[in-house]
Design a binder for this molecule. Structure first.
Ligand code: PGA
Length: 275
């Protein structure tokens, strides 16, 4: 496997064991019946996965209680796809951390589809992250540049701004409790069947190293070394292992995670590559 140069990574950052993490973001792809069926299939293979990787499934909100029951006493962990930045109030259609607290361990915040289609700013994302943490769950904060920003060579600037906004809301002691996902927007699948392009694994690892550096500068090296950072964007069973370069702690998977067999293969690939 090619090694990342760690150009952006201070050599003193300690690298303790960080358990690999693989997150299925089902978005709005599956019907309720399909969601339950795929969850049952994942549960049957859970024992194989749990030994070396933490596997998280994020279904649509109304499916959370059903999947909670399906995954009960299994090592599969449940996550939510979003949460509101306030705990309660006049927010039609939104979901509070209080509704999620007893059901999930992780909450995705700042996904590019939320930023783009629901007008979520860096400040909103940072407040959501804080709300999720305060409610005792782990936020998975998505960052990444658009195709236009990449073409303008603004990737590092954009990622620095997005990560920086989160760091200003984050007490340093809490840094190991959050997860970042580097998801270049141009690499995310559209669901239309045409495969999106992907960065070279080395390029993704460089930017993930940069995210750790930004977190380290803001929150201290000790804590940044414990932070898990995932890659996301059109990960499949075929490409997952290649993205597991040093410093990359797993994957956030959309389209390919909606088939239980593919998700299990991806999780196994990630576990094997991390060994
Ligand atoms: P994708 O989605 O794997 O379908 O590209 C990833 C994501 O948006 O989290």
């Amino acid at each position: 496997m090619p090694r990342c140069s760690y150009e952006h990574m201070p050599s003193e950052v300690p690298m303790p064991e960080r358990r690999p993490l693989v997150v299925a973001n089902w978005k709005m792809y599956l019907t309720p019946a399909e969601s339950r069926r795929e969850a049952e299939l994942i549960r049957k293979r859970a024992a194989v996965l749990a030994r070396s990787v933490e596997a998280v499934v994020c279904p649509s909100f109304p499916l959370l209680p059903d999947l909670h029951a399906i995954f009960f006493k299994s090592p599969i962990v449940l996550g939510a796809q979003d949460a509101h930045m306030e705990e309660a109030g006049p927010y039609t259609g939104d979901v509070s951390v209080l509704h999620l607290q007893k059901l999930v361990r992780y909450v995705i915040v700042g996904h590019s589809e939320r930023r783009r289609l629901h007008g979520e700013t860096d400040e909103i994302v940072a407040r959501k992250m804080r709300r999720v943490l305060n409610a005792g769950m782990h936020p998975i904060v998505c960052v990444g540049e658009t195709a236009e920003e990449r073409a303008a060579e603004a990737t590092l600037e954009v990622v620095r701004r997005q990560v920086g906004a989160v760091m200003t809301e984050l007490p340093v002691l809490e840094l190991p409790r959050i997860v970042f996902a580097y998801e270049p927007v141009w690499a995310i699948g559209t669901g239309a069947g045409t495969p999106a392009p992907q960065p070279a694994p080395g390029e993704a690892a460089e930017i993930i190293g940069f995210i750790r550096k930004v977190a380290s500068d803001a929150g201290g090296r000790r804590y940044a070394g414990k932070l898990r950072i995932l890659y996301g964007g059109s990960v499949t069973a075929k490409t997952a292992a290649a993205f597991m370069e040093p410093g990359v702690d797993g994957a956030l998977v959309g389209g390919a995670s909606t088939k239980a067999t593919d998700f299990i293969t991806i999780a196994q690939e990630i576990a094997d590559a991390a060994r």
